[in-house]
Design a protein around this ligand. Sequence first.
Ligand code: UDX
Ligand code: UDX
Length: 457
Amino acid sequence: MANLLCIGAGYVGGPTMAVIAQKCPEHRVVVVDIDGAKIAAWQSDRLPIYEPGLKEVVLSCRDKNLFFSREVERHIAEADIIFVSVNTPTKTFGQGAGKAADLQYWEKTARLILQHSRTPKIVVEKSTLPVRTAEAMERILHSDDRDLPFDVVSNPEFLSEGTAIRDMENPDRVLIGARDTPSGQKAMQAIVDIYAHWVPRERIITTNLWSSELSKLVANAFLAQRISSINSISALCEKTGADIQEIAHAIGLDSRIGPRFLNASVAFGGSCFKKDILNLVYLCEHYGLSEVARYWDQVVRMNEYQQARFHSCILSSLFNTVAGKRIAVFGAAFKANTSDTRESPALHVCRALVEERAEVVLTDPYALDNARIVLGEDARRVIFEPDPYAAAANAHAIAILTEWTLFAHLDYQAIYRSMAKPAFIFDGRNILDHRGLFSMGFNVQAIGKPPLIHSAR
Ligand code: UDX
Ligand code: UDX
């Protein structure tokens, strides 16, 4: 039996450790967080995050071998293996502001581990970090006179929100990086042994520390780059009459390209893509690789362009004024099946519409509470409406910003009747039947598609 601890009970720490606890019943798993309210929620019936299948996993092992606690110090002292998944947001101040990762929580956590440790420990980097962070971690952990044996291992998460439990249970691969020393290799084996409880051994990849740290940034950069690439072509489609979904299908059948991550959209969001690419850009600049930095920076610029294009399209289609017009925004989450609204393109579009003095009504099945928090001051100028039918009533336009299945199956005939005319739909996710909507009377603008606009009678 080993005592596993995770510091940081967020979107990554919570689901990851719940699955580890379920798959490794002989280990004791504790998840701690400095946020007492979050821990209380993990202990309650209303978990702090919505993630399909998560509740079942948590309930199957909570208070058996999975525990949530605020007592960070005590559990550090007891742990054999400590996973660190505290947040590493983009720095907002000083050198590297707007690009570099803010490592203050990381460093604090490293110092806390050192201060409360009495026995040797393996420290696992779960958070996404700049390459060579493990070196800094090691220096802090070995900075006092006791020189306790600590091994730092990198084990980046690749789980995607909305499918986090499935991704953990059946990962494409698990990546573990460690030092090429006897104790580094022993530590790596200890982490391999945890995953080997349910992951086939050939899918557990081991590398050196720096490859593991950098692979995480590169995986996210490549995924985001595919979205920016297809989104760039969506702009060309709108000018030429080509259809982005037909193109994605045609190119995706080439096995060298593959079909996934080719859905053109209003933009990519979420806590990782933008942050990780900016971090990569900063690293490249740091090492004097300005051409490489500029190449990756363009992925983020293209994403911003796509977002801006979407709300400009709403404005120009609605006769260049939305002031006082009710606009129903369908979706607040950055993608379907999550309550997460971090970097959500939906909220960006809401803000742009509020700025134009539109009456914005936001609807989402799970993400309205988070949207209210993220919108801050602007939330006062937005109506939050859980019922999409009520949101759309009397609206001049509907903008689809999250690809919830629910939005694809609404009674759009009834919705059309309840709306102001001419009624518009802007499909930022290409989930609706555009021809069908057009024949009901809607004017339809979708990403990367020829517009379907009724001519003036
Ligand atoms: C975070 C990072 O954003 C991501 O880069 C990394 O890959 C994994 O960790 P996520 O789990 O989505 O992802 O973040 P978040 O939901 O904000 O959770 C982090 C948690 O750490 C928060 O609950 C926060 O309260 C906690 N925390 C932060 C601590 O417990 N101690 C600290 O010192 C700082
Ligand atoms: C991502 C990575 O996929 C995951 O491996 C990593 O650990 C964390 O970051 P996540 O941000 O949860 O996961 O979601 P993801 O499914 O990657 O989607 C990110 C954004 O891209 C969403 O806004 C999504 O709507 C958008 N997207 C995705 C598209 O616009 N088109 C696509 O084809 C795919």
